[in-house]
Every structure is written in C-alpha cells, then in structure tokens.
Design a protein around this ligand. Structure first.
Ligand SMILES: NC(=O)c1ccc[n+]([C@@H]2O[C@H](COP(=O)([O-])OP(=O)(O)OC[C@H]3O[C@@H](n4cnc5c(N)ncnc54)[C@H](OP(=O)(O)O)[C@@H]3O)[C@@H](O)[C@H]2O)c1
Length: 259
C-alpha cells in the first residue's frame, strides 16, 4: 500500500503518517518544510518505505508531475490524502484578498489538481482511495473564517459529489470533518480570539483522528466526523446555523501589516 499524504510535516498529517506506518503502509510525505518532513520520516523509517517530497502545493502546475514522481519512487498510489491546509482567522474586511486567494489555492485548488492526477491513474487500475480533509467549518461556517469556511465547504461538496461518481470505477472517497483538534493550526486559531472559543466543547487529538481515518480507508466508510459529538451539525444544519449566528465569538483584528 502506497499513500501520498500532503501536509505531513505537522499536526493531523504527522499523526496520519505515524498511524499509517504502523499499518505497514509506504508513504510519500509532502509539505514545504523539508526538515520537519525528515523529522517525521526519521521517527517511522525502518518500518515502511518513506519518500520525502518538499513542495508547495500552491504550485498547481507542478502537481501532476509530483504524483507521477511519487509513483516512480514507491509504485502506484493506493491512497491520496488531501490534508495540507492553511487558515486565516480575522475580521474579513481586514484580510488582504491576495492572502485569501492563496488560502483557497492551497485548501481547494491543490486538492482538485491532486485528485485529478490521482484519478487519471486510479480509474484505469479500477482501485484507489481519495481522502479529503475538510473541516467542521464546512458544516458550521464560522464567523471570522470567511475564506477558510468557503474553501472547506467547497472541498467537502466536491468530495461528497465525487464518491458516487467514481464508486463504480473502484475508487473510494472518504470525506473527513474534523472539529477542533489539538495542533499548531488550532492553537493559532484559538489565540486569535480574546477568549478560548473551544472552552467547554469537545476537542480531539491528531492520533485518534488518524486512527479513525485509517479505519475509514480500510473499511471503505464514506465520512469521518470527529469528535463524534459534532455529527449533530450535519444532522441539524438549521439549528447549527442559528447557534453560529447568535453565539459565535468574534476574532481580534489582525495586527497592522509591517512597513
Ligand atoms: N486542527 C484543527 O482543529 C482542524 C480542524 C478541521 C480541519 N483541519 C484541517 O486539517 C488539515 C491539517 O491541519 P493541522 O491542524 O494539522 O494544521 P498544521 O499543524 O498547521 O499542519 C498543516 C500542514 O499543511 C502543510 N501545508 C500548509 N501549506 C502548504 C503548502 N502550501 N504546500 C504544502 N504543504 C502545506 C504544512 O506543512 P508546511 O508548513 O511544512 O508546508 C503542515 O504540514 C488542514 O487541512 C486543516 O484545515 C484542522
């Protein structure tokens, strides 16, 4: 089994790298920070074959070649995990539009390109799995996360729409909706608010989420919502919207740009 995993240098991606290695799955690990990827690879090497690829997924035109090179290195990709992501938490009017557009490129357009490249190889083989790491903010679009909520809702919609289309071709799609998970991204998001917005709410950990994703791949489950309590957002979208509209905290303004 060969898994191409983006965003493997930190947080949830790092958790998946470890948990997938424990299952004996070979890994192509992608992120920008080579040193962090090497650190993750060093902690799992020996158990499985690991291919470290330092790349910026925002370089969309390079992604098809990245997938081809990964297959040349470790063989056909059985699982693509679209996990790399960035987040902006700030009053929307204060966000530089170029930063918002870059977020959409990383969180949405890169998964589109990688999925396209993977499907072109998986469909002729009649097998493969695409895993899309969306977010609870796709089910509960969040004030102060304008671009992020949009990118994750669009990724979830794309992922859910793809499943039935490619199932007859042997390709499985898993859509993942993590709630707050203790990672560097979540820490930065919490720090953007005057008070911790997750206080009193369920917060998950990367390892448990990674185990659930591995199980979803193995058992061909359609989606993962973790912590599980947030499944309520999917069951009751109208009530969720009302709660978000009336009780969401407001993030602090971004510090003024330097220079
Ligand atoms: N933590 C949460 O509460 C939470 C909740 C819902 C959804 N998610 C989603 O889960 C995924 C992982 O998030 P995390 O919490 O683990 O965050 P994280 O610790 O900040 O990790 C993000 C990963 O994405 C990589 N990345 C970012 N921009 C990239 C780029 N342009 N090219 C290649 N790699 C890039 C980072 O690596 P480099 O910096 O080395 O490039 C890093 O490995 C994201 O898609 C996030 O939106 C997280």
């Amino acid at each position: 089994m060969h898994v191409l995993l983006t965003g493997a240098s930190s947080g949830i991606g790092e958790g998946m790298a470890r948990v997938f290695a424990e299952a004996g799955w070979d890994l192509t690990l992608v992120a920008r920070r080579r040193a962090e990827l090497e650190r993750v690879a060093a902690s799992i090497e020996g158990r499985v074959r690991v291919n470290v690829v330092a790349a910026d997924v925002a370089a969309l035109d390079a992604l098809d070649a990245l997938v081809g090179a990964a297959e040349a290195e470790l063989g056909p990709i059985d699982v693509l995990v679209n996990n790399a992501g960035v987040q902006i938490v700030a009053p929307t009017a204060s966000v530089d539009p170029a930063d918002g557009e870059r977020l959409v490129t990383v969180n949405l357009l890169a998964p589109f390109r990688l999925t396209h490249a993977a499907l072109a190889r998986m469909i002729p083989r009649g097998r493969g799995t695409i895993v899309d790491i969306s977010s609870l903010s796709a089910l509960a679009p969040t004030p102060g996360m304008y671009h992020y909520s949009a990118s994750k809702a669009a990724l979830a919609a794309a992922s859910e729409s793809l499943r039935a289309e490619v199932r007859p071709r042997g390709v499985h799609v898993v859509t993942v909706y993590p709630g707050p998970i203790e990672t560097p991204m979540a820490r930065r998001a919490i720090d953007a608010y005057p008070e911790d917005p997750t206080r009193g709410l369920p917060v998950g950990d990367a390892r448990t989420l990674a185990v659930r994703i591995r199980r979803a791949i193995e058992r061909r489950h359609d989606r993962v919502i973790y912590p599980r309590a947030y499944g309520i957002a999917r069951m009751f979208p109208g009530t969720t919207r009302w709660v978000m509209d009336h009780f969401s905290p407001t993030p602090r303004a971004l510090p003024p740009a330097a220079g």
